[in-house]
Design a protein around this ligand. Structure first.
Ligand code: ZN
Length: 301
């Protein structure tokens, strides 16, 4: 009997992955599961981005649903330990799959999922990047479920008498369509991947000038907490890391571009050594320089 029970436990653990999620309290009623500063792989199984939730009194509002069905399921069971409430809405800040594949669990619960208009044009892939890189046990149950409510410019929700503003950046920044979620009475704004701390951001799908512009607007907001898509700094200083990196990168590349330096030499020259110990420097920084060179070259024309 003992071995029978043991084998059932073993079979179950082989069929699922325990993300060992622990919610961190940011401020009263505001919590996050902070992801690791890593690329998605078979060890973290996608637990490398932030998924947050706000206790609105009668329900939870979830900002970004995490990387898999099982992650979201385990996240909700942690939320219920704090207070057993239903989820009213899930918001997907942008289309990168580490931020929304958890939708598959929330959809099953009948939750309304809100996202940017970019989801309308997003193709359903045979296999997402996440599925290719993490273990099949962790990915089990995950399907590509897109939002059904889209935010063109701004959408205001009223949950339990409190206003929640979901705003679109309205120009290319981290992606061509980024949302942020502002809750005035909690003095918090969830900005998705407009803000990274602890690791370098990738400019692959973005626009450096639009991104800097969006961050300037976020810096002007009268909030106490700015919660990004990666990294666990939540004070308003959370913006500084991404902002400073992007401004320095743009300034240095632009200067050399204006001097007529060729792209390959610019990539070699703009080293920004002060970032070399930051995770993702080796894999992303040179690419970012090249991407920015091409963007600015285009902007100049
Ligand atoms: Zn992203």
């Amino acid at each position: 009997m003992k071995s029978f029970v043991l084998s059932i436990v073993l079979v179950n653990s082989l069929l699922s992955f325990d993300y060992k999620l622990k919610p961190q309290e940011v401020s009263e009623d505001v919590y996050c599961f902070f992801g690791l500063p890593q690329v998605m792989d078979k060890h973290n199984n996608g637990n490398m981005s932030n998924s947050c939730f706000v206790n609105m009194g009668t329900s939870y509002l979830v900002c970004d649903s995490g990387p898999t069905y099982q992650y979201a399921k385990q996240a909700y069971s942690q939320m219920k330990k704090i207070q057993n409430l239903p989820i009213s809405y899930v918001v997907n800040t942008h289309v990168h799959d580490d931020h929304w594949l958890g939708n598959s669990y929330y959809k099953e619960q009948g939750v309304t999922i809100i996202g940017s208009t970019a989801f309308k044009e997003l193709p359903k892939l045979e296999k997402t990047r996440m599925q290719l890189r993490i273990s099949s046990e962790a990915f089990k149950g995950t399907t590509q479920e897109f939002p059904t409510v889209f935010v063109e410019k701004e959408k205001v929700l009223k949950i339990n008498g409190k206003k929640v503003y979901i705003k679109s950046v309205n120009h290319k920044a981290h992606t061509n369509s980024d949302l942020f979620v502002y809750i005035p009475n909690k003095k918090v704004v969830f900005v998705g991947d407009l803000v990274f701390n602890e690791r370098l951001p990738s400019l692959r799908d973005g626009d450096i000038s639009g991104w800097i512009d969006a961050l300037q607007k976020i810096k002007e907001m009268k909030v106490k907490y700015v919660i990004g898509g990666h990294g666990d700094i939540v004070e308003t200083t959370a913006v500084d890391f991404t902002y400073n990196y992007l401004v320095k990168l743009k300034t240095q590349v632009k200067k050399l571009l204006d001097e007529g330096v060729e792209i390959a030499d610019v990539v070699d020259a703009v080293k920004m050594d002060e970032y070399k110990d930051i995770p993702f420097y080796d894999s992303i920084h040179r690419q970012n320089v090249e991407t920015v060179y091409r963007m600015l070259e285009w902007e100049d024309e």
